[in-house]
Write a protein that binds this ligand. Structure first.
Ligand SMILES: [Zn+2]
Length: 331
């Protein structure tokens, strides 16, 4: 679990949060917005620890006190975590965590409510929360996380202090991966590009089956451009077993086609994400028209938005793979 001072890429937000804790000017409700995977939750948990720490140091958690340890193991009786049960956060869930909201905290410090995917609250749930936000009890802090804040009730939005988390610029991420995590420059470049501004995701890629997945997906990309409709549908089914996996596949594909586009535009001097595959890329680039590559990249982005907004993963991937099938020049 990280401290606020260890968060990278969101310095202004971290400064505002630590100043609030140090100056005892903590708001009753916060809303952290921004794309998936850029550090909203990591920052929120670090903030929770700073809020609950009994001996904060310059607005950040001490990491040693009982409260810090309890938050770290998610065992603090005054910390309430809430997330969708099924597709939404229901009114019963909100009611049950707010049951004791007007009472004093168990341990004498703050009561903190962290709500993940806040946009998934049903209208009844949001209205129930709103009543508390309108008359917040003392020493109570709500932190709402959402990548789709427009789906939240405006009346809830207006009660929250809002922070927007931007993607971490690729250059900053590469620096961090090299200097703090010991990556080679080549690997850092690839992972930074693939992770789309998320340090957490970049680090996750180095573990598990990511390298094998990438090999598989790139072979598929090569094969697909020559494939027919039936093969395209089969491929889509094979690799869209889950939302998370589909999003990784889309990142790999997006970087691949971006490289092809850059090669077509800038020629051999281009800086590539997939440097280890420069030769395959060069051969492939000659077989695509620029306009076609632009359309494919837009198609990949549109598919990602749909899946992030909880569209049916398999259907969305099928539509994309139909677009990708037979995408080379016809001779
Ligand atoms: Zn502490």
């Amino acid at each position: 679990m990280r401290f606020l001072r260890e968060i990278i890429g969101h310095e202004q937000i971290v400064t505002a949060l630590t100043n609030a804790v140090a100056g005892e000017r903590v708001a009753h409700a916060y809303l952290f917005t921004g794309p998936e995977g850029v550090g909203k939750e990591t920052t929120a948990l670090a903030f929770v620890r700073a809020l609950m720490c009994s001996r904060p140091v310059r607005g950040d958690a001490c990491g040693k006190c009982r409260e810090c340890r309890q938050v770290e193991s998610r065992n603090h009786p005054d910390l309430n975590l809430l997330q969708p049960s099924g597709a939404s956060i229901k009114i019963d869930q909100i009611r049950s965590v707010l049951r004791l909201v007007s009472y004093k905290s168990y341990q004498g410090g703050r009561k903190v409510y962290l709500i993940r995917q806040a946009e998934s609250m049903t209208a009844e749930a949001a209205n129930c929360l709103l009543m508390t936000l309108e008359e917040p009890p003392e020493d109570t802090v709500f932190i709402l996380l959402s990548s789709r804040p427009r789906a939240l009730l405006p009346t809830v939005l207006s009660r929250c202090q809002q922070y927007y988390f931007k993607k971490i610029p690729v250059a900053g991420l590469i620096d961090n991966l090299v200097s703090r995590h010991g990556f080679t420059d080549k690997d850092a470049r690839l992972y930074a590009a693939l992770s789309d501004g998320s340090l957490g995701r970049a680090l996750a890629y180095t573990a598990g089956t990511f390298q094998e997945d990438r090999k598989l997906v790139l072979e598929l990309a090569e094969a697909l451009s020559k494939a027919g409709l039936v093969e395209a549908m089969e491929t889509a089914e094979k690799i869209s077993v889950s939302k998370e996996r589909a999003l990784v596949v889309l990142e790999i594909l997006a970087c691949w086609y971006r490289d092809l586009l850059v090669l077509r535009e800038a020629g051999t001097g281009a800086v590539l994400f997939n440097r280890d595959r420069a030769e395959v890329l060069a051969g492939s680039a000659e077989r695509f028209e620029t306009g076609r590559l632009v359309a494919i990249i837009e198609g990949i982005e549109a598919t990602r938005s749909k899946i992030e907004a909880n569209a049916n993963t398999r259907l969305a991937m099928e539509a994309l793979f139909l677009q990708l099938a037979g995408s080379e020049f016809k001779e």
